[in-house]
Structure formats: structure tokens, C-alpha cells
Design a protein around this ligand. Structure first.
Ligand SMILES: *Cc1c(COP(=O)(O)O)cnc(C)c1O
Length: 337
């Protein structure tokens, strides 16, 4: 199958499987796992933070961040489209007693900063306490401009807020701009990073911040059932994700661009194609959607289709695969009456 549903479907590399088989391990709840400790240390150095925490998932890393920055009755400002608002089952509210204050994202994924300022509550017993601004980069594949991150950081500092980045795909944002991951991370008090998407680790995310913040997060992680034992088996693969899979993301971006260019040769699609980092979005009339999805499926191609098509490139999609997908789409549209 050619699976374009998401970069979460990536298989671990041979190097990862080997490292997993040979990883020295211990009980990480005692802090005894050398492979977990090495991953956390390396990640902290690489992203420019005092400390890091290996987590079961990006959702857990984001929840730990919210619960470590905010107390019961506090609020965080985020985008309407933010993963940690819309796609994490309301964890901040359910488990953290933390109120989200969502703001409509601009088309480029940024939040209008004047509206962020307007949403900050005065210190008054009527209001929740506004504690945190949370951004996402990339968001829907889009890279937030570095100048915007600097402005948001300044705003947060000026208003006494902490600033968190949901950097599930921060490595894509870095590679797309020819930057180091740390160049993006420097604008934030905390960052979450997914290792199990384009970076191909089988399991795991990281949360980064200062020592005090990470020690709070470690306690919440235990409470939430995320204290893992011989987790070095997973950390060994996760380390390779950070050290060997970041630069390769450029291939995914090139494949996404090629896919978009190929699909743009189809008259019915040309006007409604967007490509951002490793994601291609295609507008298609709702009547054609089911039959296109089925035709692709019959040719061994999986895509995710809601209001529009979302095609995600990753390690296990080659440039030949991209060409095949374009050809199947071209044949589909040429057969239409
Ligand atoms: C995937 C994703 C997450 C959550 O990661 P999981 O490991 O799937 O829990 C968080 N934020 C963004 C932007 C994501 O794309």
C-alpha cells in the first residue's frame, strides 16, 4: 500500500530496530534507564533547554505542558484549530481543570496578536487567570514565520504569560526554513515534539523546558499513567529519530511539492491545491470524493478524505509512489464523462 493518510504510519528504520534490540535499559520511574536519560539529555542540548521528558505521545506531552504551566482555574490562549484545543479530547479541561480560550486562526496559522492581547483577563475574581499562550508549528503543515514567533514571545513576556509550542512537527518547520530546531524553540518556555510522525520512531514524544517545569511535568506524567519502566527500548529508537531522520524530511517536502505539481496538471483540481511542508490539500467536489477514494484504494493508495483530501508524504512514500498516485488520479479524471 501507498499510505498517504498521515506521517504517523511510518515504519521504524532498520537502525531503530537494531538499537531497540540492543538498548541498555533500567526502570525509568527510578530514573535508572540509561537510554531514556541519554535521549532526554541529547534532546535538551539539541533544542536548547535545561531538561526534557520522554512521553508516551504528543497528546500526553501537550497535556503535561498545560498542567505544569497552569493550575486549576487558570486558562491558556490557543487557536481554534490548535491540536491541543480541538483534537486532544478536551484533556486540559477534563484532567487539568484548565480553561481554553480559543481564538480564530489566521489563514496562515498564526493567531492575531491584538486578539490575543484582548483575550488576556484582568486580575479580578470574576475571571480565570490567563497563564499561557500556546502556538503550533507547523499547523496544518504551515510554517509560522520566525518574526511572528519573536513578536508572540515578546507579547507573552510583556503580559507575564508563559509561551508553549506544540511542535509536533517542529522538525518539518526547521527543515523547510533551513534552520536548526533550536532556532524555533528559543522563542518558547516549553516545546512538545513528536518523534513518531515524520521522524519515524515507533512510539513517543518529548516535552522540553526548564528543570522546575520538567519536574512538575514528571509528577503529572506519573499521575496520568505515563511512568514507563524499561522505556529505553523506545528511547533508543526515539534518539535515532532525532539524530538521523531530521534532514531526510526535505525529501518528504520535495515529494509533497511534486505531488501537488502533478495534481495541478488535472484541470478539475488545478485551482484548489495547497502544499505546505509534507502536506498536500486538494479541494474536490463532494460527489466525486467517494469514487476517487475508492479508485485510489483499488490501486493500493490510502488517503484521508473529509471536506477536502489531505495527502501526507513521509519516509515510506517514494517519488515513484508519488508519480503513481498522480497517474491514477489523471486516469480517474480522464474517464469522467
Ligand atoms: C499528532 C499531533 C499531536 C499529538 O500527537 P500524538 O502522538 O498523536 O498524541 C499534537 N499536536 C499536533 C500538532 C499533532 O499533529
Amino acid at each position: 500500500m501507498i499510505d498517504l493518510r498521515s506521517d504517523t504510519v511510518t515504519q521504524p528504520t532498520e537502525a531503530m530496530r537494531k538499537a531497540m534490540a540492543n538498548a541498555p535499559v533500567g526502570d525509568d520511574v527510578y530514573g535508572d534507564d540509561p537510554s531514556v536519560n541519554r535521549l532526554q539529555q541529547r534532546a535538551a542540548e539539541m533544542l536548547g533547554f535545561e531538561d526534557a521528558l520522554f512521553t508516551t505521545s504528543g497528546t500526553q506531552a501537550n497535556l503535561l505542558a498545560l498542567m505544569s504551566h497552569c493550575d486549576r482555574g487558570d486558562e491558556y490562549i490557543c487557536g481554534q484549530q490548535a491540536h491541543n484545543y480541538k483534537y486532544e479530547a478536551g484533556g486540559a479541561a477534563v484532567l487539568g481543570s484548565i480553561q481554553p480560550q480559543p481564538i480564530a486562526n489566521n489563514l496562515d496559522g498564526t493567531l492575531p496578536l491584538d486578539q490575543v492581547v484582548a483575550a488576556i483577563k484582568p486580575n479580578d475574581i470574576h475571571f480565570p487567570r490567563t497563564k499561557l499562550l500556546s502556538l503550533e508549528n507547523t499547523i496544518g503543515g504551515k510554517v509560522l514565520p520566525q518574526s511572528y514567533l519573536a513578536e508572540a514571545q515578546q507579547l507573552a513576556f510583556y503580559h507575564g504569560l508563559k509561551i508553549h509550542l506544540d511542535g509536533a512537527r517542529i522538525a518539518n518547520a526547521a527543515v523547510a526554513q533551513g534552520l536548526k530546531i533550536a532556532d524555533i524553540a528559543q522563542h518558547f518556555d516549553s516545546v512538545s515534539v513528536c518523534l513518531s510522525k515524520g521522524l519515524c520512531a515507533p512510539v513517543g514524544s518529548l516535552l522540553l523546558g526548564d528543570e522546575h517545569f520538567i519536574s512538575r511535568a514528571r509528577r503529572w506524567r506519573k499521575m496520568l499513567g505515563g511512568g514507563m519502566r524499561q522505556a529505553g527500548i523506545l528511547a533508543a529508537a526515539a534518539e535515532i529519530a532525532l539524530t538521523e531522520q531530521v534532514e531526510r524530511l526535505a525529501d518528504d517536502h520535495a515529494n509533497a511539492a511534486a505531488l501537488a505539481a502533478g495534481l495541478a496538471e488535472i484541470d478539475e483540481l488545478a485551482a484548489g491545491i495547497e502544499v505546505h511542508t509534507n502536506m498536500v490539500f486538494v479541494q474536490i467536489s463532494p460527489e466525486l470524493m467517494p469514487s476517487l477514494v475508492e479508485t485510489l484504494y483499488e490501486q493500493g493508495i490510502l488517503i484521508s478524505a473529509a471536506k477536502q483530501l489531505r495527502l501526507v508524504t513521509h519516509k515510506d512514500v517514494s517519488s515513484a509512489d508519488v508519480q503513481l498516485v498522480v497517474n491514477v488520479c489523471k486516469a480517474f479524471f480522464s474517464r469522467l464523462p
